[in-house]
Design a binder for this molecule. Structure first.
Ligand code: NAD
Length: 476
């Protein structure tokens, strides 16, 4: 079994540690015990990383598509080879079941291989102009990227943050979550072992606000890529605006799921319950607000509760675990607060609503129904294993509820009516809509939101385009 590895900052290819730096204690969420000490960057470390990133950009912007593809494909191959080791590390520091961590590795493998093909398609165009003159449109890498990744997909988030800039010819300074550093370092190591020049991708950790203020204040950084909460996203977008840096913001959501009377209810239940408790609900596209037509409300609610009760909760490393602990102590606290507030305002708790055991950060799969709209949980992203199920009269009311919040990341709908499917696809305000399916991602498909869920996309051709700027050249 892979042991938890040593932790460091990776600056200019050097594993930086010690030297009187502050440290952060990484905890296994299944036990609550410390498993590693992460050094935190000081201002001088960040300055060094910036200087190296500027050099890395000068090197990598000139790389050929063949060189970029070789690195991305090589890293994909290494990740697949190291799948078990990477997955165990991710589960140790984040808690999710091993099967989910393994899938994260394969998500990165798919994405890196897709981007390896995409680098050959970053061509511009030539405009029709009078003879003797020429006008061309070029796409150039935007410059060094500061990328901040959260803890909920400890392998997948760093994969997204690194893959796109590297495909585009940028350098990148990654600050992954301090709570899940070893997974991020493992992904980065695959790129370096595949031949990526050490100046091109670096990893720092620190006090998040110190690091982001420092990096975003530097003119070296030309783009911010952030995944995390809307509150932090707005704060960082303001910092980026000071220097007019490009931004890709993947922020929070509050996934509505519209279930109509004409839907395949059993399929909707199987899919939605699986989706809800994946990663203990700590997923930005998690299905959360179940907006159910009143004719099937009781059947759907009871079916959901029955299935939620059957979800096996345990250590992510143990066989048969369907749901692991929550990733950090803030999450069960948030669950208690949000579910307590909902109950006090009249919601009915059918199952869960409490922690499991007194070791680690386990929380029971929970279901609330008849949740008043003024309950905090109907307005704030719960980011936990709780489903909110309410009855509605018909399509108009259901669409209005889906669009009520300022969030617009993922939305889902279950209906057998083809005309309705088309109306919903058009009317629902979201970056991604799943109809009779919760499979809303893929290496080739843009992933991102609208409204307070952010802007810009990761994955797909759009993910690479987001790291390019456009230049028009006119020759007389
Ligand atoms: P948080 O909002 O403080 O942190 C979210 C992430 O942003 C963490 O990885 C953190 O390290 C990072 N972060 C925080 N402040 C930062 C800063 N100034 N500069 C750069 N990075 C910064 O709190 P949290 O308790 O970790 O998470 C709370 C909420 O965040 C969740 O309830 C959820 O709504 C949201 N979240 C969203 C995602 C997502 O995938 N969109 C992932 C994780 C958390």
């Amino acid at each position: 079994m892979a042991e938890y590895p040593a932790l460091y900052l990776l600056i200019d290819g050097e594993r930086v540690t010690g030297g009187g730096r502050r440290t952060f204690s990484v905890v296994n969420p299944a036990s609550g015990e410390a498993i590693g000490a992460l050094p935190l960057a000081e201002a001088a470390d960040l300055d060094r990383a910036l200087e190296v990133a500027a050099k890395g950009f000068r090197i990598w912007r000139k790389s050929t598509p063949q060189e970029r593809a070789a690195v991305l494909q090589g890293a994909a191959r290494l990740m697949a080879e190291r799948q078990e080791q990477l997955a165990r590390i991710a589960t140790m520091e984040q808690g999710k079941p091993l099967a989910e961590s393994r899938l994260e590795v394969m998500m990165n493998v798919g994405l890196f291989n897709f981007y390896a093909g995409e680098v050959f398609r970053l061509y511009g165009r030539e405009l029709v102009r009078p003879e003797g003159t020429r006008s061309t449109v070029r796409h150039e890498p935007v410059g060094p990227v500061a990328a901040f990744a959260p803890w909920n997909f400890p392998l997948g988030n760093p994969g997204r943050k690194l893959g796109a800039p590297i495909a585009a010819g940028c350098s990148v300074i990654l600050k992954a979550a301090e709570e899940t550093p070893a997974s991020a370092l493992g992904v980065l190591q695959c790129l370096l072992d595949a031949g990526l020049p050490k100046e091109v991708a670096q990893a720092v950790f620190g006090v998040p606000d110190e690091v982001s203020r420092h990096l975003l204040a530097s003119p070296v950084i030309r783009k911010l890529s952030f995944t995390g909460s809307t509150v932090v996203g707005k704060h960082l977008a303001k910092l980026a605006a000071e220097d007019m840096k490009r931004t890709t913001m993947e922020l929070g959501g509050h996934g509505p799921v519209l279930v109509f009377g004409d839907a395949d209810i059993d399929k909707a239940l199987e899919t939605a319950v699986f989706g809800k408790y994946r990663n203990a609900g700590q997923v930005c596209v998690s299905p959360t607000r179940f907006i159910v037509e009143e004719t099937v409300f009781e059947r759907f609610r009871d079916g959901f509760v029955e299935r939620a009760k059957a979800v096996k909760v345990g250590d992510g490393l143990a066989d048969g675990t369907r749901m692991g602990p929550m990733a950090n102590p803030r999450r069960p606290e948030a669950m208690d607060r949000l579910i307590g507030d909902a109950k006090a305002k009249g919601a009915v708790l059918h199952t869960g609503g409490e922690r499991i055991g007194n070791q680690g950060f386990f929380y029971a799969p929970s279901v609330l129904s008849e949740v008043p709209l003024e309950a905090d949980i109907m307005n704030e992203e719960p980011f936990g294993p709780v489903a909110l199920i309410n009855p509605y009269k018909g399509e108009g009311e259901m669409i209005a509820e889906a669009n009520r919040l300022p969030y617009g990341l993922a939305a889902y709908a279950w209906t057998g009516d083809y005309q309705r499917q088309r109306r919903l696809a058009a009317e629902i305000e979201a970056g991604m809509v799943g109809i009779n399916s919760h499979m809303i991602g893929g290496a080739d498909s843009p992933f991102g939101g609208v409204k307070w869920s952010g802007h810009g996309s990761e994955d797909g051709p759009e993910g690479v385009m987001a790291c390019l700027v456009t230049k028009a050249v006119h020759e007389g």
